[in-house]
Design a protein around this ligand. Sequence first.
Ligand SMILES: C[S@@+](CC[C@H](N)C(=O)[O-])C[C@H]1O[C@@H](n2cnc3c(N)ncnc32)[C@H](O)[C@@H]1O
Length: 213
Amino acid sequence: MDEAELNRWFDNNRIVLETAYLAGSQPWQQSGVGLRTPRTAQDWEVLRRPIADCISSSGTFLDIGCANGYLLECVLRWTQERNLQITPYGLDFSEKLATLARQRLPQYAGQIFVGNAWNWSPPQRFDYVNTTLDYIPASLHQAFVQRLLEAYVLPGGYLLVAEYLGKHTASPELKINEQLRQWGFSVAMVKASQLAHDPMGQTRIAAIKNKWP
Ligand SMILES: C[S@@+](CC[C@H](N)C(=O)[O-])C[C@H]1O[C@@H](n2cnc3c(N)ncnc32)[C@H](O)[C@@H]1O
């Protein structure tokens, strides 16, 4: 894929996601959940709590693709229940969604950035970084994980690679933790969840501990 094709891929993805999310009325819909299959606040919690469950110490947390900031808000709440102090940061390539995130988390508005995760240079590295691989063309997934470990995650910190599945997503050949291991990354922890009333609604988070200096 040459640079022009890559830019077209990102532009197309941004327009499709931004249009769909901004049409949603519920906070989880503006974060991409329940747009085609109805979902409740409880469903959202089942599908996203595994991210917070990967966080075991206080520190900084960057959500790549933070959309309207709802995951950041929930991760703050779910980790506070365990007396962890998390400083939230967000990155999204949609200016409009980043604006919603700043409105949702006004005290952290200066920590919500606009940029493309593929080529953005973070101002600092973070203890925990959450992403999915869907943000990048498949041929670049392995390089993307390597770049996040080198440029985004603090040494000893964790890269959380999320896999969200549902009726409308294709089943991957390998689970995300298996895929990461096949690429040579050492997965330290896996957290997963499934909706009781819709077993196709699933989340799996593979956490890679950063050994990069
Ligand atoms: C499914 S939402 C994720 C919301 C939340 N982080 C979560 O995990 O539930 C995906 C978001 O990622 C953003 N996004 C997609 N590709 C991106 C990229 N290459 N760089 C930055 N943001 C991207 C979209 O604009 C969208 O807001």
